[in-house]
Write a protein that binds this ligand. Structure first.
Ligand SMILES: NC(=O)c1ccc[n+]([C@@H]2O[C@H](COP(=O)([O-])OP(=O)(O)OC[C@H]3O[C@@H](n4cnc5c(N)ncnc54)[C@H](OP(=O)(O)O)[C@@H]3O)[C@@H](O)[C@H]2O)c1
Length: 263
């Protein structure tokens, strides 16, 4: 049996175990081993790597709020994860913990064919870094707003217009993205309702990384915006992570299985 996991806090909401375990069960013969993927609630960020190693995991996903610490604790970081300094996937290779970021490509999954020129990102955590990187790769002008100052420093250092929510300019953005955890376990909006309504008035699309309906998405629909929840991203980033965990299984099969269990 090979064990895999997702580390986060909170973690009970995570659908990653459902997706990965469905593939492990369906393709046990093709894989040549039994796999099991566990949700793990982590309290102390500094325990992340020791837990990963003690549990003898072959690979893991890392979710809120540990993506930046996962970057720093990786023995080696591959691809665009180096640029965003946030890691959502770990694989054990030759005794080394190797970090990847599959959120960057995963985020773009539901946006294929959509024309976006200006986007506003609410939140400044590990996922916001991936979203900025993904949108910049598509030539989108991005701005970032967060409720507090500390995490804005990373974006300011890259000359990305970055504001405290209370100072957010009421410009015309065609896509507004919620990368905060507001709405994940509560009924909060990511910023003041009046600010959000003013932004939505000038916008066309709203995207919440959270994969259930949220107050942010409900308000966007009230304001007649086209909305995207985080389900397509969830599946897309999971398929890319699975390809790092087990490179020899055909990705379209993994995608079809994960889409089937989610719907
Ligand atoms: N669909 C998917 O596949 C997918 C992939 C990645 C992430 N996600 C989701 O994206 C969300 C963010 O993940 P993350 O890893 O970036 O988390 P994170 O690193 O913990 O960052 C959370 C961000 O949310 C802000 N925040 C928290 N509570 C807030 C509130 N009540 N009002 C306003 N802002 C608030 C934080 O602000 P401060 O800096 O002030 O604390 C921070 O900027 C999570 O809900 C996660 O599940 C989904």
């Amino acid at each position: 049996m090979r064990h895999y996991a997702v580390f986060g806090n909170p973690i009970a909401h995570s659908k990653s175990p459902l997706l990965h375990n469905a593939v492990f069960v369906r393709y046990e013969k093709e894989l040549g081993f039994r796999g099991n993927y566990h949700p793990i609630l982590l309290e102390n960020p500094q325990d992340l790597k020791s837990r990963f190693l003690e549990l003898g995991l072959f690979g893991a996903n890392i979710t809120t709020p540990f993506k930046e610490v996962a970057f720093h604790l990786s023995d080696k970081v591959e691809g665009l994860a180096q640029e965003v300094q946030a890691v959502n996937t770990w694989v054990l290779r030759e005794g080394q913990v190797v970090g990847y970021n599959t959120d960057i490509e995963g985020f773009l999954a539901p946006l294929k064919g959509l024309h976006v020129s200006r986007a506003l990102i609410l939140g400044a955590g590990g996922s916001a870094r991936a979203v900025v990187c993904a949108l910049k790769s598509r030539g989108v002008a991005v701005s970032v707003c967060n409720r507090s100052a500390k995490k804005l420093a990373y974006f300011q250092a890259q000359n990305i217009p970055s504001f405290l929510s209370q100072d957010c300019p009421l410009d015309a953005y065609d896509l507004i993205i919620n990368t905060t955890t507001a709405g994940l376990k509560d009924n909060n909006l990511p910023c003041e309702e009046s600010l959000l309504k003013a932004l939505f008035k000038q916008a066309k699309h709203a995207y919440d990384l959270i994969y259930h309906n949220t107050p942010f998405l409900s308000l966007a629909r009230e304001c007649h915006l086209k909305t995207f929840d985080g389900k397509a991203m969830l599946v897309a980033q999971a398929v890319l992570s699975f390809a790092q965990f087990v490179p020899h299984l055909n990705s379209p099969l993994v995608l079809a299985t994960m889409q089937e269990v989610l719907h």
